[in-house]
Design a protein around this ligand. Structure first.
Ligand code: ARG
Length: 249
């Protein structure tokens, strides 16, 4: 059952890439093609028919700095680095953590946001600290650092991989899984919408979100890093930061 789910996730991931690939044949250099996975509030999520969020605002500002027009494609999170490496998209901006494994296939810009992984459990859960996760059923988003962490460090964990964090939360609410491991800001977002869930204090290491760019595209990496420092200096980064994060913490 679970294997079948994963297989169908992978299938839909490759379909997503195929469809996106068809529309992305333009070599118009004034268009900056961004890939994301719009199921990660407040970084990227769907509002009405639009993809919005911190990453979208940031990418728009960067495109503006570069004199380019931003075009956004929504795809499965675990297909993003491949899409960057294959040139289907120019950049992935998706709350993506800069990890050594991903650096094998893509370059990363300077970091633009510091985060960490959090554990979400029901209010009445017996899980109080990370060690209590041993032998539990844990929900993660497929291919994320939460998935990696759970797979590598939690003994005897039964890991259930979802294609969206929100689906993991739904299963946590109906009792199918015992805990969810996901990044701090989406965790706060998901839990804020529920009465019966809590976020545990967490011992996990910090992660740095960065923009993924094709390895051979060193010029774009430089341009993006320049744009990021400009936006940090001229206060525009702080503006969008305040827009999405002032209410939290
Ligand atoms: N920061 C985590 C990672 O890089 C999760 C990112 C998930 N992002 C998303 N747009 N769904 O693996």
């Amino acid at each position: 059952m679970r294997l079948k789910n994963i297989a169908s996730l992978l299938l839909s991931a490759s379909l997503a890439i195929t469809i996106v690939g068809c529309g992305a044949s333009s070599d118009d250099s004034t268009i900056l093609k961004m890939g994301t996975n719009a199921a990660f509030p407040p970084f990227e999520y769907i509002e009405g028919t639009e993809i919005v969020g911190f990453d979208v605002d940031l990418a728009n500002l960067i495109a503006e700095e570069l004199g380019m027009e931003l075009e956004i494609m929504d795809m499965e999170f675990n297909t993003l680095t491949g899409a960057v490496a294959n040139g289907i998209i120019d950049i992935a901006v998706a709350g993506m953590t800069n990890t050594p494994e991903r650096r094998d296939s893509v370059n990363f810009s300077e970091g633009y946001f510091t985060s960490k992984q959090m554990i979400i459990v029901p209010d009445d859960s017996d899980i109080k600290v990370t060690d209590d996760l041993t032998d539990q059923t844990i929900g993660v988003q497929l291919g994320t650092t939460g998935d990696q962490f759970a797979s590598m460090y939690i003994e005897g964990a039964d890991i259930v991989r979802f294609d969206k964090g929100a689906l993991a939360i739904a299963d946590l609410l109906n009792g199918t899984i015992d805990a969810v491991i996901i990044d701090a800001e989406p965790a706060k977002n998901f839990v804020a919408a529920q009465d019966s869930l809590q976020i545990l204090e967490n011992p996990f290491v910090e992660e740095e979100y960065a923009i993924a760019i094709a390895k051979e595209n060193t010029e774009l990496t430089e341009q993006i890093n320049d744009a990021l420092s400009t936006l940090k200096e001229n206060g525009k980064y702080d503006e969008i930061f305040d827009k999405y994060f002032e209410k939290v913490e």
